[in-house]
Design a protein around this ligand. Sequence first.
Ligand code: AHR
Length: 493
Amino acid sequence: MSLRADIALAVDRPGPTIHPNVYGHFAEHLGRCIDEGIWVGESSSIPNVRGIRSDVVRALRDLHIPVLRWPGGCFADEYHWKDGIGPREQRPKRINSHWGGVVENNHFGTHELMDLCEQIGAKPYICGNVGSGSVQEMMEWVEYITSDADSGMANLRRQNGRAEPWKLPYFGVGNESWGCGGNMRPEYYADNYRRYATFVKSFAGNRIERVACGANGDDYRWTEVLMSAAARQMNGLSLHFYTLPTGGWSRKGSATQFGEDLWHSTFAQTLRMEELIARHGAIMDAHDPEKRIGLFVDEWGTWYEVEPGHNPGFLYQQNTLRDALVAGINLNIFNRHADRVTMANIAQTVNVLQAMILTEREKMLLTPSYHVFEMYKVHQGATLVPLELTSPSYELGAKSIPSLHASASRDGAGRLHLSIVNLEPDREATVRITPGFATVTGRVLTAERMNAHNTFEQIDAVRPASLPGIAHDPASVSLVVPSISVVVLEMTG
Ligand code: AHR
């Protein structure tokens, strides 16, 4: 069974630049994301550079990660940065009360984060502690990292082995302050934001963008209050939205065991991102018509029940083609809202939620979501090309979602990239694209089953391949997009 679709590319109506940061990531002190997933320590038998595992660094470098958010998440509002500097054996141990109640040894702190960012080529985005930290503590952290003065904090950094200040372009003032970050009401947080943000300074040689904690999903009032009270003090406002297959937290469903009903409802849920961005964006437009303030979707992705046998507080889940399609859909949405969405950070990089990488001690695998980020990296910094997609809907019972989802951009070398997601589990799509191009190549990520995934026994069960059978002439391009797939085309001429 095949469906027919048309994609008209508005090549003469270029849109805004897609900010590379939309392809950002997030790594928290949660479960095995930092510990084992990234940090193994210098004495580990797992190959590492200064304690950071080399296989993971290699894989992350290939993604061209533009920005990495750290240390949380909920962890950020109980993190006291001075615990994570100085000789490691002297760093205090703390209980990670949000995530499994395990003991955090603070071996991975500010210096290690900056080293990781340098190793993978990403910019750091640090989230500060408003919930249980002081204004002074936040102010001193920024001084410690970015000041070149002969001052207390800069000298402490030098004493700990780092002479030069680092660049710190983004600083979050609290995380989920409406929830785990302090259960604040928006009016109270807005005042706190203004106060804390005042002391997050741009020291000479560093320009820091201050990011306010934004809404939980569809809490539009939060955005209205923050924009009314604190727009002048912010460069970014965050938004958190997780894709729950059932739409509810009490029964989220398994990462790998699902039927077509949950396949369909997962996409229906994830497609809500479009409306959330449009509506939060409209509130921001009313206060910030020049779009000076970025909407930073700094936590997004799928959230399932943890894998059986794993610590429930560690949020470890497998990652299937369903996750790959969720990634493709959301990245298409962010591309299409490039005028307002200038950063997004998928949760999380390794071993937690919709991870790029899973590890089991010395073993490592790349997930289907990783492959989508790798295929889509061509959109980073490119110019959005608007498109019109005409296709039948994907119906299941009374519920209807689109069959296909797409976005396009043109890069600095003039290459046009079109990414297409086929949500249908058993209908391939015959797609006609206008205009035509002289050369066209394509890559596809697909498999037979909706829940296909990589395991430590079979690490390459799901991997990109080149897409055969693309026909093209000066008027149009035609191809078949397999069911359950993500395709990225490169077109020139
Ligand atoms: O990503 C996991 C958690 O989800 C984060 O710590 C928190 O900000 C959100 O609720």
